[in-house]
Design a protein around this ligand. Sequence first.
Ligand code: ATP
Length: 287
Amino acid sequence: MLTIQNLTKRYSDGTFALQGVDLTLPSGMIGLLGPNGAGKSTLMRTLAALQTPSSGSIQFQHIDVLAEPDKLRRVLGYLPQSFGVYRNMSCIALLEHIAILKGLSRAACKTQIPELLALTNLTAVAHRQVANFSGGMRQRFGIAQALLGDPQLLILDEPTAGLDPEERERLHDLLVTVSAQKLVLLSTHIVEDVEHLCHHAALLLSGKVVASDAMPALLAPLHNKIWQSTEKPQPSAAVVLNKSYHFGQPCYRLFADTPPPTATAVKPTLQDRYFLALQHGGTDVDM
Ligand SMILES: Nc1ncnc2c1ncn2[C@@H]1O[C@H](COP(=O)(O)OP(=O)(O)OP(=O)(O)O)[C@@H](O)[C@H]1O
């Protein structure tokens, strides 16, 4: 269990990136959603003890994260949004190097590194330079290095960004496999990924948590209130959650208590919940 209380981060230029964040997160795969600039990376870096907040507290299991960052680091795996790699270093040499930095014993390295290479499907390319890896291989390497030391808390900042559909699917399989008996916090812009992989999601907007719940509870208030139409309704008939295109034709997702003209009922998705929260700017939604 991860408990965050009244967490605030004010950067030196006066930007409030986090404003009184309260979150209680169970183990398993947890999604963290929010638009650009919502504060996701600030929250992730703070949880990973890489920067200090202005105020607040964070407790992971029995660790007071802000008072005992070294204790946290021993149970933490972190994949940042982007990470540099040493040129000329092979995948296996870099994993050995990171394992030593993490304080793993030689015996632990000997067993864990081959296991992680197999898990992330990198055994065949273990002696190739990471600098020359494709985007997908690099992200799988990022997961492998984050898993060194068998961490209890795994923080992944946009792990699927820029991946092709096949690599994204491969990474999903990997994340589901590793999330058993860990708390995996997955930050992403891809709402679908969270809906597919996570049993709980938190939504951050302008540095504040506007929703955090188990997936069925997040979607429950939307049942029988989501509609789809190719025509834009009058503002009095429905709230337009978003407009997308299907085969080049407009497609409106709508929120209304009663069926808007020409609209058909559809099953609510996490994306509907996300857009509804954005529409209301984080204020309480009357559902
Ligand atoms: N070092 C910094 N100094 C000043 N402001 C910062 C700094 N880092 C982030 N910010 C600001 O804090 C706010 C939150 O940024 P953050 O990167 O945490 O958001 P995010 O949700 O991760 O965004 P994105 O999805 O675009 O990565 C933004 O307004 C950003 O400009």
